[in-house]
Design a protein around this ligand. Structure first.
Ligand code: NAP
Ligand code: MG
Length: 480
């Protein structure tokens, strides 16, 4: 129990101007879909937010045709300088409507407002600003002489960072001169649809961006569409495999950003207080629904007990509850299905012999919730050490030497990210060099910047997003 209780500090929903139902965004307009519709809910209390159109095969076809027309008639003919102007305009409109976007994101996704307000939405704006700056400099990016756009990109994104993943996909594609059909995740379509309003406000030429909401089938149709030149997918490794299969043997270019099981390595010379904050941020940020989450804590044996004690103390101060409350640290789990998966893997962890500890916090009656949980005594063979839980669950393993830490960190089919905590720069550099992970953070975790490429090795996928490298995925013949 905390000594002083916090009064509720909810962010107002009055800033939202939601419609009761949303159509598809095709050729610059919201249009009715010819398929069925579904409801998006708030995972914090299971209340209905809006009715969303589900794009049928015909609708996807219409969206791809609109993107092709826009590519041929306007976007591919426009100078990079003019494309950049649109991207700058979008970035500024995102900033202007930042509060509304943050509230909508927290409502639809369940993430704490302090994260959507201070992390997601500012990064969305920065992604558009960053790639706006590249649009007229493609010839000077070291990406070959006369780099040219690919054409129509089909992009599919997950529910954990709905608007941020949209920005990661759209900004480089548009800067490079492609047009787009994007499919948001079924449980979190709301901010993509508000973003479509921003595109109208920005006067983006019709058809340059089309947004088709729907379930996995809609995504599968988009991937298979013969007039799509490029597929960009972020999501699970299983679906990534299906997509790679569907695209194999075609001319389509493919990038995959998939799952992860990152090691967060804490050496005995690390500044412990900072490391504790980094561990918490690594796995409890966004309820652990983070592909690059530091879900495996590798702690040097000599400081294991101290780190775990301090970590438990720290976790006991986290507040779980209403995502729209400005004091909330841990929001809702995004869906009933995800909650079931987290519960199942946690139960397996216990059954396999790891020791489970859960922060003592009140769980709201309605909605989907999972209290921050730590497993100690985890062995490399346990499911919770191997499988991506994608929830607020940390598996703790120990090591004695740097070589053992590296071997354990790399002992995973994934390779998206890793963290190192140590006082010695030379040790950080030596260890980082030997980690098979796309991103390695040192004495920090979960830091994102549009100029820094992000992506995986092995089953975490291929291709890079962000930075100059992120442009290569959308240009002909370009190599980073
Ligand atoms: P998912 O089931 O793979 O879904 C991702 C997207 O693909 C959603 O829009 C989904 O639609 C759609 N989809 C589902 N089946 C499809 C199919 N057969 N063909 C085409 N599209 C299909 O993953 P998720 O559960 O939403 O997200 C969690 C996973 O994403 C985690 O494994 C996480 O690590 C990974 N992730 C990776 C990154 C990264 O950058 N590497 C970032 C975020 C998340 P529905 O929503 O309708 O199912
Ligand atoms: Mg929702």
């Amino acid at each position: 129990m905390s000594f002083l209780e916090y009064a509720p500090a909810p962010e107002s929903k009055a800033v939202l101007n939601l419609k009761d139902s949303y159509g598809l965004f095709i050729d610059g307009e919201f249009v009715d879909g010819s398929g069925s519709s579904f409801t998006t809910i708030s995972p914090a209390d299971e209340t209905r937010i809006a009715e969303i159109a589900s794009a049928s095969d015909e609708d996807v076809d219409r969206a791809v045709a609109a993107a092709r027309r826009a590519y041929d008639k306007t976007w591919s003919k426009m100078s990079g300088r003019d494309r950049g102007k649109y991207l700058f305009r979008i970035a500024r409109l995102v900033q202007e409507r930042a509060r509304e976007l943050a509230v909508a994101e927290s409502l639809d996704n369940g993430k704490p407002i302090k994260e959507s307000r201070d992390v997601d939405v500012p990064l969305v704006a920065s992604w558009f600003f960053y790639y706006a700056g590249w649009a007229d400099k493609l010839d000077y990016a070291g990406l070959g002489a006369n780099p040219r756009a690919l054409g129509v990109a089909g992009q599919i994104i997950p529910w954990n960072f709905p608007l941020l993943m949209l920005a990661w996909k759209l900004a480089p594609a548009l800067a490079a001169g492609n047009t787009v059909v994007l499919k948001p995740a079924e449980t979190t379509p709301l901010t993509a649809l508000i973003f479509a309003e921003i595109l109208q406000q920005a006067d983006l030429p019709a058809g340059v961006v089309n947004i088709v909401t729907g379930a996995g089938d809609t995504g599968a149709t988009l991937v298979r569409h013969p007039d799509v030149d490029k597929v960009a997918f972020t999501g699970s490794t299983g679906v990534g495999r299906d997509i790679a299969r569907a695209v194999a043997g075609t001319e389509k270019k493919l990038t995959l950003e998939l799952g992860g099981k990152a090691a967060n390595i804490v050496f005995d010379d690390a500044p412990v207080d900072q490391a504790i904050e980094g561990i918490v941020n690594g796995i409890f940020f966004n309820q652990g629904h983070v592909c690059c989450a530091g879900s495996r804590l590798l702690v040097q044996e000599s400081i294991h007990d101290e780190v775990i004690d301090r970590l438990k103390n720290r976790l006991s101060t986290l507040r779980l509850g209403d995502p729209l409350d400005k004091n909330t640290d841990i929001g809702a789990i995004n869906s009933a299905a995800q909650l079931a998966r987290i519960r199942e893997l946690s139960d397996i962890g216990e059954a396999e012999g790891a020791e489970r500890w859960t922060a003592d916090c009140a769980i709201p009656d309605k909605g989907f919730w999972f209290a921050p949980t730590i497993f100690t005594g985890v062995e490399a063979s346990h499911r919770i050490a191997r499988d991506e839980v994608f929830g607020p669950v940390l598996s703790v393993l120990t090591f004695r030497t740097p070589a053992e830490a590296i071997a354990k960190a790399n002992n995973t089919p994934y390779g998206l990210s890793a963290g190192i905590w140590s006082d010695k720069g030379s040790r950080i550099l030596a260890v980082a060099d030997r980690l098979r992970a796309g991103v390695v953070w040192a004495n920090t975790f979960n830091r994102f910047d549009p100029s820094s490429p992000f992506g995986g090795y092995k089953e975490s996928g291929y291709g890079r997003e962000g930075g100059r490298q992120g442009l290569t995925a959308y240009l002909k013949g370009a190599a980073a």
